[in-house]
Design a protein around this ligand. Structure first.
Ligand SMILES: [Ca+2]
Ligand SMILES: [Ca+2]
Length: 238
């Protein structure tokens, strides 16, 4: 729920001439789910959202190890344009966003990692896929990776109706689940309380969404330069 702009990491990557323009971290409760199955692989601790000039990156931090135990499913619902599905998602799971979901990421990290992206325009259709058995059209820049404490999904902004520097906030939520077709949101990033009481219970993110604003690169660069000037000034005083 809590969001903190990471000015220092922004400054650091700008100073290094790196790719990332900004970052926001959204923290979640730990141990709030109805089941501890998988030893914490379904328990989101926080999600870091980053952008580059072309991509949106979600790093989903987990209480468990998705390399050691790899059956978890990791999903993201996004409301970034008008309209959208108020009742469902691209995988037909009992999960909804309330305000109208436009894009859905469904991913798995067993049998090799894979991510599928679906878009909604009256009905859901797959608009991108990357990884083993992902299917769908190949999209340059779409990717999924993991380590022993996180799963990271990268997607081009343009795939999601977003433009670099648009400064238009979009709402989203991140979910974890099991492999059953009716498995719901065991954990939801936006909700610090237990999201569901059993695997098949419906979950709505209404009232619990997060927002992120794709930054304006030149404005951020100015902030970065201003911060650097302040750092230089304060170091000169010493
Ligand atoms: Ca959690
Ligand atoms: Ca939660």
């Amino acid at each position: 729920m809590k969001k903190s702009l990471s000015v220092f990491s922004t400054l650091a990557v700008l100073a290094l001439g790196g790719m990332s323009l900004t970052a926001a971290t959204y923290s979640d409760s730990v141990g709030e789910n109805f089941t501890g199955a998988g030893g914490g692989i379904l328990d989101i601790t926080s999600v870091e959202v980053n952008t580059t000039a072309t991509d949106l990156i979600f790093k989903i931090n987990l209480a468990g190890d998705p390399v050691g135990t790899d059956w978890g499913k990791y999903m993201i619902g996004i409301d970034s344009v008008a309209g959208g599905d108020t009742a469902g998602n691209g995988w037909g799971r009992p999960i909804s966003l309330g305000s109208g979901m436009d894009y859905w990421f469904g991913s798995w990290v067993d049998s090799g990692n894979a991510v599928q992206v679906f878009g909604y325009s009256g009905s859901w259709s797959q608009i991108g896929g990357a990884g083993t058995f992902a299917g769908g059209p190949a999209v340059p820049g779409l990717a999924i990776g993991k380590n022993t404490s996180s799963v990271t999904i990268t997607a081009p902004l343009s795939l999601l109706g977003l433009v670099s520097g648009s400064q238009i906030p979009f709402t989203f939520d991140v979910y974890t689940s099991g492999g059953g077709n009716t498995d719901s949101a065991v954990d939801a990033l936006g909700n610090p309380s237990q999201s569901i009481a059993d695997w098949g219970n419906p979950y709505s993110s209404a009232g619990h969404v997060n927002t992120f604003t794709v930054p304006e690169p030149s404005a951020l660069a100015l902030v970065g330069l201003g911060s650097l000037a302040l750092v230089r000034r304060s170091s000169r005083r010493k």
